[in-house]
Design a protein around this ligand. Structure first.
Ligand code: AMP
Ligand code: FE
Ligand code: FE
Ligand code: ZN
Length: 289
């Protein structure tokens, strides 16, 4: 590897969603793995961004404010990454607060369904453990393990939390087009996360139509062949290329941060695209005045 080259990890979670690291721990791990830049992409929240930015400053690393929005198209749950977003954008904050309420209500519903199958977990125990506004199934899984109802997270998902298991609850999701628009109006660039996990390539043209800016070609769970496949699709649809580890701290065994190293040139292109989006949003705003 060329020692002069810079790398980024553009897909990371902290304990502000379902990761286990604090922002400070995540940044220190990122520094240890030699990253020049990192993006925080917690699910449906940007709460960790201020602390991550401060920690990156102290570590002399570049910070990219981001999020991973839960969305859907044609019955597929899709995750849309937003990069270089304005974390004070009122519409983004309002929509996220709405979605966080959806997530909290869903936890209550999952717990009610667990109680129906004689697993006496309480919603309070899940909220106490999650200690964040954007709780999800991994927190229910951890609470099930902590209370001794399951011996590990996989068992919790397999027995109760996977789709069509007793405690699975569907969740309301915005459309992929709305998620892309929300990111754009917050001044960011919109990227489809881990397309190789969705196996729904047929949704890509519609998302391109809606203004998608990039594809996460490099991801921990993409094989070399899968990465190649999405690099080709990115080229065909004139989309930017991104990549990240999707590290959730110690949630899924060993920490993944830095295992996907995206060459920095892709960050520069993404930055330019977000600046372009901001310029066009500003123009369209001034036209409507
Ligand atoms: P939710 O957004 O609440 O539906 O939860 C989705 C999260 O659950 C994602 O971060 C997944 O990575 C995680 N997840 C899904 N299956 C498993 C599993 N078997 N073990 C641990 N985490 C999982
Ligand atoms: Fe997650
Ligand atoms: Fe995701
Ligand atoms: Zn993620």
């Amino acid at each position: 590897m060329n020692p002069g080259m810079k790398f980024a990890d553009l897909h990371l979670h902290t304990y502000f969603s379902d990761g286990t690291y604090s922002p400070e721990e995540m940044v220190s791990q990122g520094r240890r793995s030699g990253l020049a830049a990192l993006a925080l992409t917690d699910h449906d929240t940007i709460e960790g961004c201020v602390r991550t930015a401060l920690a990156c400053d102290a570590a002399e690393m570049e910070f990219i404010p981001g999020t991973e929005l839960t969305a859907e198209q044609d019955d597929n749950e899709l995750h849309i990454l937003g990069y270089f977003i304005d974390i004070q954008n009122p519409k983004l904050l309002t929509e996220m607060a709405r979605f966080q309420t959806v997530r909290q209500n869903r936890i209550r519903e999952m717990v009610a369904r667990l109680n129906l199958v004689n697993v006496p977990l309480t919603a309070e125990s899940v909220f106490a453990l999650a200690n964040c506004r954007s709780p999800g199934r991994p927190h229910v899984a951890r609470a099930l393990v902590k209370a001794g109802f399951c011996s590990n997270l996989d068992e919790a998902f397999e027995r109760f939390l996977k789709k069509n298991r007793p405690a699975w609850v569907p969740k309301f999701k915005m459309s992929a087009a709305d998620a892309i628009e929300l990111i754009h109006q917050a001044g960011g660039a919109a990227v489809m996360a881990h397309p190789g996990l969705n196996r729904a390539d047929e949704v890509i043209p519609g998302m391109v139509e809606a203004g998608l800016d990039g594809l996460e070609c490099f991801h921990t769970k993409h094989s070399a062949g899968t990465a190649q496949h999405y690099l080709k699709l990115a080229e065909r649809f004139h989309l930017l290329v991104t990549g990240g580890s999707d590290c959730h701290g110690l949630n899924k065994g060993k920490p993944l941060i830095g295992t996907v190293k995206l060459p920095y040139e892709h960050v520069e292109k993404l930055k330019m695209k977000a600046a372009e989006r901001r310029a066009t949003t500003a123009v369209s705003t001034s036209c409507t005045l």
